[in-house]
Design a protein around this ligand. Sequence first.
Ligand code: DX5
Ligand code: ZN
Length: 216
Amino acid sequence: MTKLAPSILSADFARIGEQILEVERVGADYLHLDIMDGHFVPAITWGPKVVADLRRLSRLPFDCHLMVSQPERSVDAFREAGADVITFHLEATPHAQGLLAHIRASGARAGIAICPQTPVEMLDDVIDDCDLVLVMSVNPGMGGQRFIARVMEKLRSARALIDRRNPRCELEVDGGVGEANIRDVVGAGADVIVMGSAVFDGGEPGERLRRLRALL
Ligand code: DX5
Ligand code: ZN
């Protein structure tokens, strides 16, 4: 069954605990945490301390999406903070294969993310070592952007690569997904759907997540 991963980037941080428990109650599968360092992307979000604090609040698997340069410097801190899935960008390091192995050895699941302009073929030499592939359908860095239509085709290519080489790997799509296109991304082969603004804008994330789930 398709997994839904609300991204708290669009949550109301004055009510963050309450909003996380709300999406957990209505059956979120993962909690997606966007880590931004002000270098790989212009924005800055939060570090391991925030992840560790939220870890005490929620039982959801934490899906940490590292939009940071030199991710090899920070994966251990996020693992210690309680990340269950650690995904870094292929564009951010020349050491992807080793880093995937390192993350797995730490007991977490290891994911690789690719930006909209990075071809799926770039995953050929690392796909065997991935537990998750994250295909970005907007340019990383902020919530509420429009889905880049061309990415639908990339999802199909990534699905085919995964089916052929590593069927246990999950395919996650991130950016610009909501009521209008959630069925399309599932049709293109996504297993895990990240949604920020579609869930949290408007302040009733539980109700919104329930409606999105009902569309599938
Ligand atoms: C963007 C982040 C996303 C973001 C998605 O760089 O990786 O996880 O929260 O937000 P929406 O769903 O609003 O496009
Ligand atoms: Zn993300």
